[in-house]
Design a protein around this ligand. Structure first.
Ligand code: FAD
Length: 456
């Protein structure tokens, strides 16, 4: 134990502070600023997008209902897709079908995904953020939280120039790991309710120089010959590689997603289980193992996959792909049963329909449960219990591990972010705690902004 004290002379003040500039933070900050709040977003890295940029994750999973008929996530998410498409950095989800190179030949929950280029995403998010009037500070990491009686008074940040405090009337935790809520002492769960185990981590990478004609031709002829609907891409090559001792990964399928840019593919193939990504030592171990696995996958592709003989590594994600860590214990906790039963919520703030997608820690596979048409998320899932001024958005909102396996994906994180930012601005205007704002008024405002909330 070592006690340390220091006077911090730098202080920044804002109305709404958003911590973490990933998908949720982007939605939250743009919405708060557009609704008139003086908004600051801080990010420990150097670009916006979080998992979708530094983590190289993509495409955006489906924003349509499970019948692939109606787009159920719009609002800021849709604006972002259209803006990226204008720059040649995305294809609007309405134009993207399942069973194509953009969906890795999957079909379930993979119709109407959004292929995008991570660099264009970072640029577009930043443009939209600055246009909204919000300010951003990169290279600013929250290292402590000063909270009393469930109110966040200040956060302590490490900046390039040293420590500073940020005083805000409302704080939105979009760190993905609920760092702010956790540090402030709010209750939470981590990983699965049964044993605390979290879904495995992965490290995305991108390749180029695929002979597209050979690759796609071989893949499509195999798929039609084997009659696999929504192929477990490349599983047949992996079996062969395993027999030859060329495959040691705990995974028997590979996601390969073509991007809207010539000859660039995102590869989701690595799997590093039993990692607690709230701990630096575990993150380090996973990054090192992930980079080893990237090399094994590359060798495998070059040796076994037609069209990939001369593939080149373009980049490896610079941050670990983390599917699951902490979730807040909120005023309501969404369950898989709620999702599957399409439970009605008076305070619904968004609609979503991606499957409950749980990657196994052992044995290589995944459990994939499709939802019935779509489901709604209540506002209370964004509110830590008895919160005075903290709202949470993104993958760490309140729900069971199973429920989070659906709502953790990007379109939904942007939608919960938009709801959180709009709610914070409303609470600020009316000088209320987030739980006291009128949910009906919040819904009306979200719909005015273009968001979809089904069955109100
Ligand atoms: C391997 C993998 C594959 C996936 N595949 C898909 C897919 O194909 N499609 C899809 O839609 N979704 C996919 N997902 C899910 C999705 O990418 C994430 O769940 C989602 O992006 C999370 O968004 P977020 O805003 O909640 O968090 P993040 O994107 O993680 O953003 C959090 C941000 O907060 C910052 N931050 C954290 N702590 C601090 C701090 N203390 N101070 C300052 N800043 C901080 C981080 O740097 C980061 O920028 C995948 C996830 C993984 C891991």
């Amino acid at each position: 134990m070592y006690q340390y004290s220091k006077t911090i002379s730098r202080e920044i003040e804002t109305d709404v502070l958003v911590v973490g500039a990933g998908s949720a933070g982007f939605g939250a900050a743009v919405a708060a600023a557009r609704n008139g709040a003086k908004t600051l977003i801080i990010e420990k890295g150097s670009e916006m997008g979080g998992m979708a940029t530094t983590g190289l994750v993509g495409p955006f999973m489906t924003c349509f209902d499970d019948d692939a008929k109606e787009q159920v996530v719009k609002g800021i998410f849709d604006e972002l897709c259209l803006r990226m498409e204008e720059k040649g950095g995305a294809i609007h989800p309405s134009k993207v079908e399942g069973m194509t190179t953009y969906s890795s030949y999957y079909i379930k929950s993979h119709c109407h995904v959004t292929p995008f280029v991570s660099e264009v995403l970072a640029i577009t998010m930043e443009e939209m953020l600055l246009e909204s009037g919000a300010e951003i500070l990169y290279q600013t990491n929250v290292i402590d939280v000063i909270a009393e009686n469930r109110r966040i008074e200040k956060v302590v940040v490490a900046m390039k120039e040293g420590l500073a405090t940020i005083k805000a009337k409302y704080v939105i935790d979009c760190t993905g790991d609920a760092d702010i809520a956790s540090e402030a002492g709010f209750e939470m769960t981590i990983g699965s309710e049964k044993d605390g185990v979290m879904q495995p981590t992965s490290l995305f990478f991108e390749v180029g120089n695929i002979d597209r004609e050979a690759f796609v031709g071989e893949l499509e002829s195999k798929i039609s010959r084997l009659g696999i609907p929504g192929a477990n891409c490349w599983s047949w090559y992996i079996e062969e590689a395993k027999e030859n001792g060329d495959w040691h990964l705990e995974r028997n399928e590979i996601g390969n997603y073509e991007q809207p840019i010539k000859n660039r593919w995102k590869i989701n193939a690595t799997r590093i289980p039993y990692i607690d990504a709230t701990k630096s030592k575990d993150i380090t171990k996973a990054l090192i193992e992930g980079r080893k696995q990237v090399q094994e996958v590359l060798s495998f592709m070059r040796k076994y996959v037609p069209g990939c003989e001369n593939i080149e590594l373009i980049q490896v994600a610079s941050c670990l792909g983390v599917r699951e860590t902490r979730r807040i214990a909120g005023e309501y906790s969404l369950t898989a049963e709620d999702i599957l039963a399409q439970k009605h919520f008076e305070d619904a703030i968004c609609t979503f329909a991606y499957a409950i997608d749980i990657h196994n820690s052992e044995g290589g596979g995944a459990t994939f449960k499709q939802v019935n048409h779509y489901y709604n998320i209540p506002y209370r899932c964004l509110l830590p219990q008895k919160t005075k001024n903290l709202i949470v958005a993104g993958r760490s909102i309140s729900g069971t591990s199973e429920a989070a396996a659906s709502y953790r994906v990007i379109p939904c994180c942007i939608a919960t972010g938009e709801a959180a930012g709009t709610a914070a601005a409303m609470a600020l205007n009316e000088n209320l705690t987030p739980a006291k704002i009128d949910a009906g008024k919040l819904q009306k405002q979200l719909i005015k902004q273009g968001a979809v909330i089904k069955d109100l």
